[in-house]
Write a protein that binds this ligand. Structure first.
Ligand code: PLP
Length: 365
């Protein structure tokens, strides 16, 4: 049996009728930028996350970057990010000219460790930017308390966390702004690039919308140097259909995760640790192994495709060679990069595929 890491087309096949109809309706409407499908998605996603506002943008990187710009982050500022995050989190900071201050994660939850965050706050810090990595919510209560205590903004990278909850409340309205990606492989994925920011701050939402629209409220009047970053209404039409299925799909992911957790409990692996207050979106199911590369090969031999998220931490990327960090600078992130392995997980995996993964992992460790 073959278990691919991802089967993106299954979601379309499940919803083919509704998606085709939504696309046709969007084309017929005559709105090719902005318009009713986009407005409807922005309202539906705000209501889903519990935030007062959703601003659609072109992708997740722009959601992060425009949020930082709207928070007036610039060259004199520092932004705290996890040393093991995806490159986009760090790129969004350096795009503003600000300095990313890398803080090591808790190796068990893979998320920012609030006690280490506190030690990293300086006079220049403006924003704490946690990533809800792999769909597991970061410790928002403690991070928000720190942000409030030090007069900082909390911006969340929720690109992997659609539907995750923290103390029973969905991610999306805890921090000052929350950045989302609807890249096709995310829990809520479009048929192309798309992104959004959710926030309870109406002025911030307005600034992000203006920045993404050439810095303009009124056509041909430009208040700030903006960019073109808008959520395509065709993608919004698709997202409207898929949003209605998100909770059902996430429940299936959670069921697969609970099988993995129960069945692999005795294997010689480190399984994801979930804090009692968290309910992850299970975007990825990431295990740790001392012998990761050999394990990946043995799983491949048994027909199970796995991926590594992520093999090179940001501080060791050539793109950031100028920082002058090297091996040993962020040992937790470096160790994780050598140990992590993502097993297949997704709403359209069959029970037989899940069982095959479990059997293969047990045989391969
Ligand atoms: C996918 C992702 C992004 C970027 O999203 P794009 O839509 O591809 O720009 C940012 N952060 C994290 C953690 C992601 O997984």
């Amino acid at each position: 049996m073959k278990v691919p890491f991802l089967e993106l087309k299954s979601a379309y096949e499940e919803l083919r009728g509704e998606i085709d109809e939504a696309i046709a309706r969007s084309v017929e409407s005559g709105w090719y930028v902005g318009g009713p499908e986009l407005k409807q998605f922005e309202q539906a996603f705000a209501s889903y996350t519990g935030a007062s506002h959703t601003v659609g943008v072109a992708n997740g990187l722009d959601a992060l970057h425009l949020s930082l710009r709207a928070m007036n982050v610039g060259p004199d500022d520092e932004v705290i990010v996890a040393s093991n995050s995806y490159i986009a989190t760090v790129l969004a900071v350096t795009m503003t000219g600000a300095t990313p201050v890398l803080v090591e994660p808790d190796p068990n939850t893979h998320n920012l460790d609030p006690s280490k965050v506190e030690a990293a706050i300086s006079r220049r810090t403006k924003v704490i930017l946690p990533t809800h990595l792999y769909g597991q919510p970061a410790d928002l209560d403690r991070l928000l308390a720190l942000a409030t205590q030090h007069g900082l903004k909390l911006l969340e990278d929720a690109a992997q966390a659609h539907g995750a909850t923290c103390n029973g409340r969905r991610v999306g309205a805890h921090g000052h702004a929350v950045a989302w990606s609807f890249y096709p492989s995310k829990n809520l994925g479009a048929l192309g690039d798309a992104g959004a920011v959710t926030t309870n701050d109406g002025e911030l939402a307005d600034r992000i919308r203006t920045l993404g629209n050439y810095g303009s409220h009124v056509r041909y009047v430009n208040e700030v140097q903006g960019v073109n970053s808008r959520l395509d209404p065709l993608q919004a039409a698709v997202l409207n259909v898929k949003l209605a299925r998100l909770d059902q799909w996430n429940s299936r992911r959670a069921r697969i995760a609970s099988f993995y957790l129960a069945e692999l409990a005795d294997a010689d692996l480190v399984l994801p640790a979930v804090p009692s207050w968290a309910s992850p979106a299970w975007h990825l199911f990431v295990i740790q192994s001392d012998d990761r590369n050999a394990l990946q090969q043995r799983l491949c031999d048994r027909g199970v495709q796995t991926l590594i998220h992520y093999p090179i931490p940001p501080h060791l990327q050539q793109a950031y060679a100028g920082w002058g960090f090297g091996p040993g600078s962020f040992p937790v992130a470096e160790q994780l990069a050598e140990r992590v392995l993502s097993l297949p997980i997704g709403p359209h995996m069959t029970d037989a595929q899940v069982e095959h993964v479990i059997t293969a992992v047990k045989a391969a460790v």
